[in-house]
Design a binder for this molecule. Structure first.
Ligand code: ARG
Length: 290
């Protein structure tokens, strides 16, 4: 009887070890980098409402429609890892949720470095997207040029900014008497400004230039936000703890920087954004003429 008990115990021990081994090789234990290499696909989340960083080329469809600086950067990183790139488009706040819950390993979407993000994510080294975020501004309607000239002019007024963005943080910190108004999509924010639902929209200066280019009824307010140097460049957002992936991304960024690609990519993206605008305007002209 004692022998029997010993045998059962041994059997249980063997089974436990077996079960543990099986768990150990399950995919959830693989690092994100290993998973990307094994599947041959790098999935990147982005919010394509932020030209010239990421926007939609309306003449294309499927994966091809997502264009801009960050898409070129994402493609470069995928090439460096030797895998295919898959873009998953979603809202800006959803990009951050998706990375923090590890449903995608990374997001490249014009993210500024912020203290809060540094706590919740692995943040890559800086990459430089031209002058896009060296200045942060407010878009207003041209008709209001004389009405809004200083920070105090926005006291008690609705000022829009994208949800979970640096711009929203700046509105609450630097325009404490304005009424912050959360928008999900920058394109929708532009419409809300044009329709008079909000009085101003906080955006990055490079982005503002692209928006004014296609919306001649809007202009940049002469009052600007104060921008700390650490907010001027962008970072890639990676799931917390995925340090191997972080290192691989940083190595790719260094390579792109050394090769001088950032400047080229930015110029190409601005040109593309402007031609997209030109196409939009022609379509509108045709419609009004016919
Ligand atoms: N740089 C700003 C931030 O980090 C705005 C980025 C917005 N990006 C976008 N794809 N909508 O909050």
């Amino acid at each position: 009887m004692k022998k029997m008990k010993k045998l059962v115990c041994m059997l249980l021990a063997v089974l436990t070890v077996f079960a543990l081994c099986a768990c150990g090789s399950s995919s959830s234990d693989k690092s994100a980098l290993q998973e990307i290499k094994d599947s041959g696909v790098l999935t990147v989340a982005l919010s394509p409402d932020f030209s010239p960083m990421e926007f939609v080329d309306s003449s294309k469809s499927g994966q091809e429609q997502y264009v801009g600086f960050d898409v070129m950067l994402a493609q470069f990183i995928a090439d460096e890892l030797g895998v295919k790139l898959e873009i998953q488009a979603m809202s800006f706040d959803a990009c951050q949720t998706a990375v923090s819950t590890a449903s995608v390993p990374m997001s490249i979407s014009g993210f500024s470095w912020t203290e809060e993000r540094a706590e919740n994510f692995e943040l890559s080294d800086y990459y430089y997207a031209g002058e896009n975020e060296t200045e942060q501004v407010l878009l207003i309607r041209k008709d209001d040029a004389d009405k809004y000239k200083s920070a105090e002019d926005f006291d008690g007024v609705d000022v829009g900014a994208q949800n979970a963005s640096l711009q929203m943080m700046m509105v609450t910190e630097q325009l404490p008497n304005a009424k912050p108004y959360t928008i999900g999509d920058i394109g929708v924010g532009v419409l809300e400004l044009q329709s008079g639902n909000i009085e101003a929209l906080a955006v990055a200066a490079g982005n503002a230039e692209m928006i004014v280019d296609s919306n001649p009824d809007l202009m940049v307010c002469e009052w600007e936000f104060d921008v700390k140097t650490e907010y001027e460049a962008n970072v890639v957002l990676i799931t917390k703890g995925e340090t191997e992936l972080l290192e691989a991304v940083n190595a790719a960024l260094q390579k792109a920087y050394d090769a001088g690609y950032y400047g080229e990519w930015y110029e190409e993206a601005v040109e593309l954004a402007k031609s997209e605008t030109a196409m939009d305007l022609t379509i509108e002209d045709d419609a009004s003429n016919g």
